[in-house]
Structures are given as structure tokens and as C-alpha cells.
Ligand binder design. Structure first.
Ligand SMILES: [Zn+2]
Length: 260
């Protein structure tokens, strides 16, 4: 199903600098409408001191915000269950050493649902997605308990529905967009972004103003979208672009697996 004529206008106002960032305008554009409510199972692990360390309300509040970002493709999320797990050794996972996260997914995964695992420790990152919507029996999203925000959960769901970071390729995408289909995140309405994962953010942004002086292969200065959910800039969150929403919707519609 296609919905035409959606007018969405997200405007990010950077109050600290007085500058207006990119505005997200999907005027007269069509996006697939999935009419889909995905069910989330929220797994919460006990920490080594015996506490779970999160409130169900904080997760529900974050998901409420997530739903606004996915609304343009008629997607929403509902937490159907909170599951509490007592093994504190599962309260710490790492992208680099996937042994524990694999074990967790094997033990607790609920098939055909989106499994969110809330843990106290993930080195270097606020979260990561293991697998995509097409892995109905194994996929899972890990979120650090002190990163339970709309932005973090939306970001990981973006990966879950096949999105890359805006900085994929670390600036190989040209500022003029000439290679936007094959470089970067391969989405043309997200500007080229030179960020490198784990680089200190102050080298790129100051008070949510982009200060990085590097240039692309043509000698042009980058002007990435600091508010994009799939970027790492911790500035105001504007949401997904039209191209990102389209890619997620198309991926799900084309996928072999339909989640509950
Ligand atoms: Zn990411």
C-alpha cells in the first residue's frame, strides 16, 4: 500500500547556536504504509549488585518517542512483555566478543518478535543490533541501561531494518552526492558524513555545530546532518529521512519473514 501526499516537517532548532539544521520535508512524496504494529519483548538482566536498574516506564516512554519516528511508514511498536533474568553474567555484553550475546539470544529469544535486551555494560557503544528483521529466530537488539532513549532505540531499530550509519565509509561518499547510491549509507538524501566510529566527537562538533575541517575527494567541506538518527552526533534528534524510511519499509516488505 502506498500513501501519497504525506506532509511531514521536522525542524531541528539548535538553540545553543541559533542555527537551523536540516529540515526534513517529505512533501508530496510517497512512502509505503506497512500498517504494522511490531511486538517487543523487553528482557532485563539483574546486575552484579542484585538490581535490575531500569524501570518499565522508562522503556515505554522511549518507545513512545520511537513510534513517532516510524509513523511515516505506518509502523509502531508495543511492548508485549517484560522478562526479568537473574543471571548477572548476562548483564555485560560486547560487540567484539559475541559469546555472551549469542548465548543470551539462544536462551531467551522469542521467535517472530523484536527482542530488546537491556544490560548494564556494553563497551564503547550504547547498543547494537545482532541480526535483522529477517532473522526471526535469532535476532536481538542490545541496549545499555543508561542509554534508554528514543534516539538509541530508534537507531538500533534502524539497523534492524537494514539501515547503515550515515558515516558508513567514513566520508567516501562525495559531498556533491555524485556517488551517493554506491558509497556511504547508499541513501541519497542523507548528506555525506566523514565521522569515524570511536573518534572523539569534539573533533567534529562543538555545541552541535559541525567544526570538522576535513574535505572530500573533490576538496569540498562536509555538511552532515547532525540530527539524523543514524549518525553518531548527539545533537537534537530529527528522525529518519525519506530515503531511510523508504529503505526500511521496502526491506521489510521484500523480506521472507513477517514478524508478529
Ligand atoms: Zn549504529
Amino acid at each position: 500500500m502506498v500513501r501519497i501526499g504525506i506532509i511531514l516537517f521536522f525542524l531541528c532548532l539548535f538553540q545553543t547556536t541559533g542555527l537551523y539544521a536540516q529540515s526534513y520535508t517529505f512533501q508530496q512524496e510517497s512512502l509505503p504504509c506497512l500498517q504494522k504494529k511490531f511486538t517487543i519483548v523487553a528482557h532485563i538482566f539483574k546486575d552484579p549488585t542484585g538490581k535490575y536498574g531500569v524501570t518499565e516506564q522508562s522503556i515505554l516512554d522511549a518507545i513512545k518517542g520511537v513510534n513517532t519516528f516510524f509513523a511515516p511508514i505506518c509502523v509502531s511498536y508495543e511492548v508485549c512483555a517484560f522478562k526479568y533474568h537473574d543471571n548477572f553474567q548476562h548483564d555485560s555484553v560486547s560487540i567484539d566478543e559475541p559469546g555472551i550475546s549469542n548465548e543470551i539470544r539462544k536462551l531467551y529469544h522469542e521467535d517472530f518478535r523484536i527482542n530488546l535486551y537491556f544490560v548494564s555494560f556494553i563497551p564503547d557503544f550504547c547498543g547494537f543490533a545482532a541480526g535483522t528483521h529477517n532473522d526471526a529466530f535469532t535476532s536481538g537488539i542490545f541496549i545499555k541501561k543508561d542509554c534508554i532513549t528514543t534516539r538509541t532505540i530508534s537507531h538500533e531499530l534502524g539497523h534492524f531494518f537494514t539501515l547503515s550509519h550515515t558515516f558508513e565509509g567514513n566520508g567516501a561518499e562525495l559531498v556533491n552526492g555524485a556517488n551517493c547510491l554506491t558509497e556511504g549509507d547508499q541513501i541519497c538524501d542523507t548528506p555525506a558524513d566523514p565521522y569515524k566510529a570511536l573518534d572523539p566527537l569534539p573533533a567534529y562538533v562543538e555545541n552541535c555545530k559541525f567544526i570538522f575541517g576535513g574535505q572530500d575527494a573533490n576538496g569540498e567541506y562536509y555538511n552532515p546532518d547532525l540530527g539524523n538518527i543514524m549518525s553518531y552526533y548527539e545533537c537534537d534528534t530529527c528522525g529518519f529521512t525519506w530515503g531511510q524510511l523508504k529503505k526500511m519499509a521496502d526491506a521489510y516488505l521484500a523480506g521472507a519473514v513477517k514478524l508478529w
